[in-house]
Design a protein around this ligand. Structure first.
Ligand code: NAD
Ligand code: G6P
Ligand code: MN
Ligand code: MN
Length: 434
């Protein structure tokens, strides 16, 4: 019988996760689910945790759902540990977005200066979790969802020296759900191959006859017949078709920040001056969701949750757990050690690729070399991740400045240094390493 632990259990996404476990009740012999949070999240944990308990009860299952602030008690003898925490909660994200925007730069949850600082805040906590796991549940799998998911998975692997980890994101899941109907196919009929790093990958698609249908899907997206599963948090600026014709792959939604930086920045500044940044909008949505979760009669995931960017999150998290446990050998797109799947990137560092998920973990599929344009971007972005991770572990200021300089969304110069200094002060309570 399985003991599952979720760190950051007070997240508004928890009902989505519980729904995913309920769907897979035949594959997962669950006994206990432990939802872990910290004092700052205790109220949220209690509200959403009771909602989770009602969902399990309504499904007629005898699983015990524990709500706790004691991470070590939860981790003892765990089989699977998933992470969905946000160090500093949404108030910290507001700073990640607003401080760069106030200087005319993009600050986003996983991109630009904001993404760098989300990594800096999260790395000390995740390494502490890994330390606890080595002692309390050395055979458990760590399923990381905490953003920036790829960089956090890199830190777990490289600095935590923990290889039973899989990093996840819902973006590839959304693409594989929303694209097939655009060309009159089902997901099962198509073969997908992804490669890159988290929030910076491309993919190619073939149909059941072996025909490459990548550009057919792009035709439909260009004709506005669908968005291919673009998450709700990303402003939909179209890519330039001439550029896509050259790439011959479908970029992920986040490529917009790099291929159409000007328009994405204009939009971010407009929101900053108007409705508020994404974090401010999410805060309102979260408030609405928690009001719903308080209803003692509510025991199903409310539709409003689909307004969050992480929709379909449970499909990734719960399917990964079911595949690892039941050796399902499912095709999933995950952050895992490269092992040569992308020859343009180092073998022993984390990439986000199509992989087979089974009892042996993630076995990445070979993708092959990229053309110079994509290779150049990817090598810059991956090496920037490595710089961010080392700075996040060591607290080295010069290295943090290097990360800012490498980041394409941060214009280098005195303003960048000022943004760095301001973020260091704004987040000092969560940056013990600096
Ligand atoms: P949230 O602000 O609701 O935070 C979730 C919970 O984490 C809160 O209840 C908070 O108290 C708790 N927490 C904070 N620090 C903690 C710690 N040290 N230990 C344990 N719990 C702690 O966040 P959210 O909006 O639900 O998002 C959760 C996380 O999932 C974020 O990191 C977010 O970026 C990530 N996410 C990832 C994807 C993806 O594609 N990988 C998609 C959506 C969200
Ligand atoms: C997207 C991404 C996440 C991202 C999140 C933001 O789908 O995959 O990694 O950070 O959703 O969603 P939010 O609703 O919090 O802005
Ligand atoms: Mn993601
Ligand atoms: Mn730069």
């Amino acid at each position: 019988a399985l003991k599952l632990v979720t760190i950051g259990g007070g997240s508004s996404y928890t009902p989505e996760l519980i729904e995913g476990f309920i769907k897979r009740q035949d594959e997962l012999p669950i006994k206990e689910i432990w939802l872990v949070d910290i004092p700052a999240g205790e109220e949220k944990l209690n509200i959403v945790g009771r909602m989770a308990q009602r969902m399990v009860k309504k499904a007629g299952l005898d699983w015990t759902v524990h709500l706790t602030l004691d991470r070590r008690e939860a981790l003892k003898d765990a089989d699977f540990v998933s992470t969905q925490f946000r160090v500093g909660l949404l108030n910290a994200r507001i700073k990640d977005e607003r401080i760069p925007a106030s200087y005319g730069m993009i600050g986003q949850e996983t991109n630009g200066a904001g993404g760098i600082f989300k990594a800096f805040r999260t790395i000390p906590v995740i390494l502490d979790i890994v330390k606890d796991m080595k002692e309390l549940c050395p055979n458990a799998w760590l399923v990381n969802f905490t953003n920036p998911s790829g960089m956090i998975t890199e830190a777990i692997s490289t600095y935590g020296q923990w290889d039973r980890v899989i990093g996840l994101c819902n973006v590839p899941v959304n693409a594989m759900i929303d694209e097939p109907p655009l060309i009159g196919k089902t997901t099962e009929q198509l073969t997908y191959k992804f490669a890159g790093i988290d929030h910076f990958h491309w993919h190619k698609v073939w149909d059941e006859t072996g025909k490459n249908v990548t550009m057919d899907i792009l035709d439909k997206i260009e004709a506005d017949e669908g968005d291919g599963g673009l998450p709700k948090n990303i402003f939909d600026v179209p890519f330039y078709r001439a550029q896509l014709d050259n790439i011959q792959m479908i970029p992920c939604g986040y490529h917009r920040y790099y291929y159409r930086e000007e328009e994405m920045l204009d939009h971010a500044i407009e929101e900053y001056n108007g409705v508020g940044t994404r974090a401010q909008q999410v805060k309102r949505l979260e408030h609405e969701l928690f009001e719903l979760y308080k209803d003692p009669n509510l025991a199903v995931k409310p539709p409003q949750l689909a307004e969050r960017g992480g929709a379909h999150y449970s499909d990734a998290a719960c399917e990964a757990i079911a595949s690892l446990h039941a050796d399902k050998k499912t095709h999933m797109v995950v952050s895992t050690v490269n092992h040569g799947a992308i020859p343009d990137l180092p073998e022993d560092h984390v990439v986000e690729v199509s992989a087979q998920i089974g009892a042996a973990g993630a076995i990445p599929m070979a993708f092959g070399a990229l053309a110079p344009a994509e290779r150049g971007w990817l090598q810059l972005m991956k090496n920037m991740e490595l710089v961010i991770c080392e700075a996040g572990v060591t607290g080295n200021y010069g290295l943090a400045l290097q990360a800012f300089t490498m980041n394409p969304l941060v214009r280098s110069g005195h303003t960048a240094k000022r943004i760095l200094d301001e973020l260091l002060i704004a987040h000092q309570d969560y940056l013990p390493q600096f």
